[in-house]
Ligand binder design. Structure first.
Ligand SMILES: [Zn+2]
Ligand SMILES: [Zn+2]
Length: 393
């Protein structure tokens, strides 16, 4: 009896520990992030995103080709040590023919812009207080008409007046177009009642709005595309369309195939089952010499995926090989979902939870899947929000 009691007491301790862990994780990911995770607010406010604009420009550049200058093996070919690796030889033949274009510091160099803004003393804002509030709707609507979808959505979050103004001005059809343009792989299973609500859901399911904005800017490489890259991507796209791997979809967003959207279905038996996770891929100009940059744009709780959506998979970093393709990369990400690798974690807290309390990890990861990755299947209704609030309490 005594033993039973002590076990019960022990259970209670474990349970309260679990509740504590759950609360920690809820706070860690669900509430808006108050300061930049990387600089702790040193370089400016982060407005609820994981990184402030300065850290973001430094760590996740808009134009990945700006850092793409030092192509590996470059010195080798100079020495004549090109080996028997045909693609490498081919690549050098090609870059020898094409004059190297020096990349000027273009307007896409957000980091330089940010540093200048941080180091220049700004004149005091010369807008008289209350002027913006007094602007008539006609003027505000003209200003709004110049905004892209994310900025427009952000405007709707500023105050009730602006939200009502936008609600009366924008149409559901407009939000449908915005949604389909940004998430072309989104296939609703039911008739969508409100596209603007759905757009909000998809936007809020993303770990970083700055990345979403980068997707639509679609910076293009400054140099001409090389034929090796073009042919290879054409073949990859053909096989992705004719014989897609199970639970994987990918589509380029621009003509040069620099920006892609991919979707991975959560593997059966994993806590991600039933979820549809979107990824954003940037294909460098030197692809396939360099790996693509791949990132989740749907929140996911996983030891090897950071709060910003970055993936700790060595094959897309230092272990990249020419034999890998976009499709193979997506397949390895899909299998990483079933088998996390806990020795090296992107989020040590999540890794520790996975290691110490697998049932709780599974439970929270599943809740995340329901909340963020099932927008295709569940209508975003008031009832669902209430349901979510009741179970996360
Ligand atoms: Zn920062
Ligand atoms: Zn980002």
């Amino acid at each position: 009896m005594a033993q039973q009691l002590s076990t019960k007491a022990g259970d209670h301790v474990i349970q309260s520990k679990s509740v504590l862990a759950a609360e920690t994780l809820n706070n860690f990911m669900f509430t808006k992030q108050m300061t930049c995770y990387f600089c702790g607010g040193f370089y400016g406010p982060c407005f609820g995103e994981p990184a402030c604009a300065t850290c973001h420009a430094f760590l996740f550049p808009e134009d990945i080709n700006l850092t793409d200058e030092d192509i590996p093996f470059a010195d080798k070919s100079e020495d004549g040590d090109s080996g028997n690796d045909e693609p490498t030889d081919f690549y050098y033949e090609m870059i020898k023919k094409e004059p190297r274009i020096v990349i000027p510091s273009t307007k896409s160099d957000k980091l330089a812009e940010r540093i200048t803004a941080l180091t220049t003393i700004r004149d005091k804002d010369c807008v008289p207080e209350g002027l913006v509030e007094l602007l008539p709707p006609e003027v505000l609507l003209i200003v709004f008409s110049y905004l892209d979808d994310i900025s427009l959505w952000s405007v709707s979050q500023v105050c009730k007046r602006w939200r009502h103004l936008l609600e009366s001005w924008t149409t559901e059809d407009q939000w449908r177009l915005y949604t389909q343009r940004r998430w072309p792989l989104f296939h609703p299973a039911f008739r969508v009642q409100s596209w603007s609500t759905l757009y909000t859901k998809l936007l809020e399911s993303s770990p970083c709005k700055l990345c979403l904005q980068q997707m639509s800017i679609q910076t293009q490489p400054p140099a001409e595309e090389n034929s090796w890259r073009r042919n290879r991507l054409r073949n990859e796209l053909k096989s992705l369309r004719s014989d897609p791997p199970e639970g994987i979809e990918a589509t380029p967003l621009d003509r040069m195939c620099c920006h892609w959207l991919a979707a991975i279905t959560g593997p059966a038996g994993s806590p991600y089952e039933g979820g549809n996770f979107y990824l954003y891929l940037q294909i460098p100009n030197s692809y396939p010499m360099r790996p693509p940059v791949v990132r989740f744009i749907t929140r996911i709780l996983h030891p090897n995926i950071s709060r910003h959506g970055d993936i700790g998979l060595d094959s897309i970093h230092h272990n990249w090989s020419l034999a890998l393709t976009i499709s193979k990369v997506l397949i390895s990400i899909q299998s990483l979902l079933t088998d996390p690798y806990c020795s090296v974690c992107m989020e040590p807290e999540v890794g520790a939870l996975y290691h110490d309390n697998l049932p709780l990890f599974d439970q929270i990861a599943r809740l995340w899947t329901w909340k963020f990755a099932m927008n295709d299947y569940i209508l975003p209704t008031k009832h669902l929000d209430e349901f979510w609030r009741s179970i996360s309490r």
